[in-house]
Write a protein that binds this ligand. Sequence first.
Ligand code: XMP
Length: 327
Amino acid sequence: DWTNESVIDEQVELIRARVGNKKVICGLSGGVDSSVAAALVHKAIGDQLTCVFVDHGLLRQDERVQVEKDYVDSIGVRLVTVDAREQFLSQLAGVTDPEEKRKIIGREFIRTFETAAADLVLEAQEGEGEEIAFLVQGTLYPDVVESGGGSGTANIKSHHNVGGLPDDIQFQLIEPLRALFKDEVRAIGRELGVPEVIVSRQPFPGPGLGIRIIGEVTEERLNILRKADAIARAELTKAGLDGEIWQCPVVLLADVRSVGVQGDGRTYGHPVVLRPVSSEDAMTADWTRIPYDVLSVISNRITNEVDDINRVVLDVTSKPPGTIEWE
Ligand code: XMP
């Protein structure tokens, strides 16, 4: 029967049998899924695993530090950080279509892993010189279903780690969480000693803030959204709502402007959307009834502290018909 320990033991055996003495890399996103997947693979094969953290410039505030410090300290995994901000932003320049964004981000992830893997092989050449054959991904069951990998489901969106992969990928995939839901993954993460700040964090999509900017993704827009997102997260945490909320994307409507007034002056800025949802597994969701007082604080802080944002609106759509992310 099903216990966290038995799932871990079973996966550890499977991974060892499959990998043998080969080398493995894992793309760490800083999110729950890839962090737990990496911890599981690390338990199985130790330093045969190298984690690659890609800073694609689409991250939330403080994300990189949390992975480089908290995670590495508690898991003891080998970590390489790649600064790929320019690469991703230049590939996304001029792109507004959501699926196109997802495909580009998925592709650039893989290209970055390939380059990182080649570098690692060069480094190791003297000794083992073993080719890196496997890539670990934190794919969950709902990702598989919603990317059309389940039984006869339509492709709703290409999750970056499933439908968004390029056809000519050079790795075999290890996806130890492929049969699991988020709450199961969190339980396994705790069992494996993944720090609570990472295990309990809100789900965050691999394509990051890139799919929370409606319109073209630019560095300036990312900086704006990062600030608004950090404020919303801090206030929701402060209000003790993290347990109730599955996640609360903050979405920048970058191509929309509205007239406002601030101080004695007219403004003509952008709106951000708060999208708080409650869910069991992200397959369906309801919008979370956040207390008005909390919404008010978030709205005041964002409009006061973030340049170019002069309006905060609330998304009151369940899933279906809306999806959780806007793109
Ligand atoms: P949607 O927007 O499809 O989101 O209702 C369902 C859940 O999945 C997350 N999400 C992703 N996670 N890669 C991920 O790892 C992706 O490409 C991706 N797209 C959406 C989303 O944040 C929500 O929790």
